[in-house]
Design a protein around this ligand. Structure first.
Ligand code: DGY
Length: 329
């Protein structure tokens, strides 16, 4: 009987996922709370044909050169900026991600963060908890209107479209968007979204939501110039990746009230947080939880597990990022 493939689960996942993988593989797990350094990851991957990653473990040329047995890295996130896909393709290593299963949950959170930001929910809660509330007053924590306002979405993939539907259908918002490629007209009409150029998006939106994938080309693509185009009453929400926003420029704008508020679920260099962000009251900060409901996180991890099983036992890829490597080994 041929030896079972060995795999590494590079971060703690639910026991059900480990049990499923153990039916097919020799599985090495990672202790709770452990985040492997690049060097440790290379050590753990010796002799492993597959790895289940979380979106933080970097799979690049150096790691691939040191782990020649590796055949697949299955990300349990939809974002895959931790993969150097060109290097993986050159090494014949399949990369997979976890699309679709988190779309609606992530859109729910994007909308929740927009609401919390516009309506100053955490700022007012901190005020109340600190015992500052002495009397009701007409303008106490008066925020920005959400219903009927203009929602600007940068990045109109599956999650962007799900947020657009919530805004248009649920809150009567006018939806404008910018994306690398424009949606077909019938889709725009169904969602109720209008394509605009980037400058118009920042200038016209009352609430800007960032949902674009991170690549080096969009590093700090939202910086001082974009923020300067925004209305002083506008809000900015980022549920994509931290590196997309120039946090220094954002902090300065929030401090000087050049925009009303921001909601951030992702940070450059997370889980480290730029200390300046912690000093401004008009920003809602959450620890990268947009997809965090138990059913969705389970579905994400199970999809990564299914990719490992399909590829290492049958040579099939369910959600491949570089399908050209399939069948090449
Ligand atoms: C994703 O799936 O990309 C989410 O940001 C979780 O990492």
């Amino acid at each position: 009987m041929p030896a079972r493939p060995s795999i590494l689960i590079a971060r703690t996942v639910f026991p059900e996922v480990v049990d499923k993988l153990r039916q097919h593989f020799d599985v090495e797990t990672t202790p709770a709370g452990t985040v492997w350094s690049a060097q440790q990851l290379v050590q753990r991957l010796q002799g492993k044909e597959g790895v289940l990653t979380t979106g933080s473990e970097r799979i690049d040329a150096a790691l691939l050169a040191a782990c020649p047995q590796l055949k697949i890295a299955a990300n349990l996130a939809v974002g895959f900026n931790n993969f150097d896909l060109d290097a993986m393709t050159a090494a014949g290593v399949l990369g997979t991600n976890a699309p679709d299963v988190l779309t609606e949950t992530t859109a729910d959170f994007g909308f929740a963060l927009l609401m919390a930001t516009a309506r100053r929910i955490t700022e007012s809660e901190h005020y109340l908890r600190a015992g500052h509330w002495k009397e009701w007053s007409l303008d106490l924590f008066a925020g920005a209107e959400v219903h009927g306002s203009t929602l600007g979405i940068l990045g109109m993939g599956r999650i962007g479209q799900a947020i657009a539907r919530r805004g248009a259908l649920g809150f009567g918002m006018k939806v404008i968007y910018h994306n690398r490629s424009r949606l077909p007209e019938d889709k725009e009409a169904a969602i109720g979204a209008r394509y605009v150029d980037r400058d118009t998006l920042f200038a016209e939106a009352d609430h800007v939501v960032l949902v674009l994938p991170y690549t080096p080309a969009v590093h700090h693509t939202v910086g001082a110039a974009e923020i300067a185009r925004m209305k002083p009453t506008a809000t900015l929400v980022n549920i994509a990746r931290g590196g997309i926003v120039d946090e220094e420029a954002l902090v300065a704008a929030l401090r000087e009230r050049r925009i009303a508020a921001a909601g951030l679920d992702v940070f450059e260099g997370e889980p480290r947080i730029n200390p300046a962000l912690l000093t401004v009251p008009n920003v809602v900060l959450t620890p990268h939880i947009a997809s965090a409901t138990l059913p969705t996180r389970m579905a994400m991890a199970m999809l990564a597990a299914d990719n490992l099983i399909a590829y290492l036992t049958e040579g099939r890829a369910l959600t491949p990022l570089n399908p050209e490597v399939v069948g090449r080994a």
